[in-house]
Design a protein around this ligand. Structure first.
Ligand SMILES: Cc1ncc(COP(=O)(O)O)c(C=O)c1O
Length: 521
């Protein structure tokens, strides 16, 4: 497959296909077809950016404030990279700013359309991070934005009504959801959808204990964090919600042990663990979990915040095993990439036990949840996913992408594992020998190399090839690839070639780590 044959030819049509400027490309045959390639160069033929004439002065009152001392929207839209960076460090999160700068992620992205985003110098980037899975159609999908205008005259937040758009969205979700999942509570994020599920499980069963999995990620609110699987995020906030029991993901015996020992309200898990590093459980695991939860009279909550709505090649990941949970959490893609929208959906019988009847009707509410514009976005998202069969597209392109990545893994030792389903893909990198980096760099890169490992590759992909990716939250050694479901084969090829360029040129991750150090110093 890797013939490493190079030719130099003019391929204006291929450039146009990729949406890149027409220019002379060197082509390389990889993955069976000819791909654009310019080894050692910026493959997209775009200008690399950095400190330069486009960076304004630090934000020290450069005339972008009103007489009231406010920046306001119009001036905010004109802030340069340096100005916004300095404001971000001063008012939002200095540590995050430092980290983003160190790996070259402190760009000022000023425009976005589909899979592309643009920085202030006009450089175009391919977005394979896809808003952590919240961009099923890419950035600013024109049809969804136009549809929002149609609903624009409705009262956006008028809680004292049985909202038509909420009712219709709950109906449409019931149509596409498996089994009898037919009741929906709308909220604004994944963590909130999880909070709704945990509360519903407790009130519906009268039991308290939640069983959750090692490596799990369900969000960072207190309840969601309590059933999460990474100590780093949990320890500083203890004591968390009591009655949470952790078992290894994929281990059915450990789960049964926990169910025997405790009176459990629910087992909560992700059908494929996203933030743990895209971990796919053994085949049949989900089915066995479903059988066990039934046997022990415990509810099954599936968190499909990341896997749901087409991402893994089915509308919902639980459909790969024909499993129907009692409660499901949705968010991310549900808002179509334009609105924050989450949902806790449940089967009727569980919902009735939880909130049935007048006295319990307002036990769980949200001011913004189910707003008209968010629901309009949700309605259009569901229709578009179904009508354009985007889950089917994710299945086909995901297989193609995984195949290409597997080929890279066979060639480059740096790649330890490639995992995923559909367009939820993780690439795990080999860790350097503990202590070696420390010795070679006198400790200079240890904090980055250990904690933000895959971001070294992500930084290279961004700086050299204008491809946006990131690491997974609970496993920094894994780079996540979650492009919008409308990604094309040509764009996947571009990323495969970019990755190969990085692996071929870097002598392992040490080289990358060192280049990060040199950027920082
Ligand atoms: C499976 C899962 N659940 C919940 C969440 C939390 O979602 P949010 O960040 O919208 O609160 C995430 C976020 O990545 C997730 O992947």
């Amino acid at each position: 497959m890797h013939e490493n044959v190079h030719k130099t030819v003019s391929r204006r049509s291929e450039a146009r296909l990729l949406g890149l400027p027409a220019r002379v490309f060197r082509l390389r045959k990889v993955y069976g077809t000819w791909k654009t390639w310019e080894s050692g160069d910026n493959m997209a033929g775009m200008r690399l950016t950095g400190d330069g004439p486009h960076d304004g002065p630090d934000y020290q009152g450069s005339g972008k404030r009103s007489i009231y001392g406010l920046i306001g929207l119009d001036n905010a839209l004109k802030l340069s990279r340096k100005e916004s960076g300095s404001l971000f460090a001063k008012h939002v999160n200095p540590g995050l700013k430092t980290m983003l700068s160190a790996i070259g992620f402190d760009k000022n992205f000023v425009a976005a359309e589909g899979i592309f985003v643009y920085d202030e110098a006009g450089t175009r980037y391919l977005d394979f991070l896809g808003g952590y899975g919240s961009l099923p159609f890419g950035h600013n999908p024109p049809d969804i934005l136009a549809g929002l205008d149609k609903a624009g005259s409705r009262p956006n937040y008028l809680q004292a009504q049985a909202s038509a758009l909420q009712a219709a969205l709950a109906h449409d979700l019931a149509v596409i959801l498996p089994g009898d999942l037919s009741m929906a509570f709308f909220c604004n994020s994944g963590a909130e959808a999880v909070e709704g599920a945990l509360k519903m499980a407790r009130i519906a069963t009268g039991k308290q204990v939640f069983v959750h999995c090692t490596g799990a990620f369900h969000g960072k609110t207190l309840g969601a964090l309590s059933v999460g699987g990474r100590l780093k995020y949990k320890a500083p906030f203890e004591p968390l919600v009591p009655g949470c029991v952790e078992v290894p993901f994929g281990d059915i015996k450990a789960l049964e042990g926990a169910l025997q020992r405790h009176k459990c309200a629910a087992v909560i898990l992700e059908p494929i663990q996203g933030e743990a590093g895209v971990v796919v459980p053994p085949e049949g695991y989900l089915k066995e979990v479903r059988e066990l939860t039934r046997a022990y009279d415990t509810l099954l909550v599936l968190d499909e915040v990341q896997t749901g709505l087409g991402r893994t090649g089915k509308m919902f990941a639980c459909e790969h095993e024909g499993v129907v949970p009692d409660i499901m959490c949705l968010a991310k893609a549900l808002g179509g990439g334009v609105m924050p929208l989450g949902a806790t959906v449940a089967c009727r019988s569980v919902w009735e036990k939880a909130y049935g009847g007048l006295s319990k009707a307002i036990l769980h509410t949200s001011t913004f949840g189910g707003g008209a514009r968010a629901c309009a976005a949700g309605l259009m998202t569901v229709s578009k996913l179904v009508e354009e069969d985007l889950p089917g597209r994710a299945a086909e392109l995901g297989e193609y992408f995984l195949e290409g990545l597997m080929t890279l893994k066979q060639t480059y030792k740096t790649v330890k594992e490639v995992r995923g389903k559909g367009l939820l893909i993780g690439v795990e990198f080999d860790k350097p020998v503990e202590g070696l980096l420390d010795k070679l760099t006198a400790g200079a890169i240890n904090e980055f190399a250990k904690e933000y490992y895959a971001s070294l590759v992500a930084g290279e992909l961004l700086g050299k090839h204008q491809v946006i990716t990131a690491y997974t939250l609970n496993n920094p050694n894994v780079m996540r690839l979650e492009p919008p479901l409308v990604v094309t084969k040509a764009q996947i090829d571009y990323v495969l070639n970019a990755l190969e360029d990085i692996f071929a040129q870097k002598k392992g991750l040490l080289g990358m780590a060192l280049s990060v150090v040199s950027k920082r110093s």
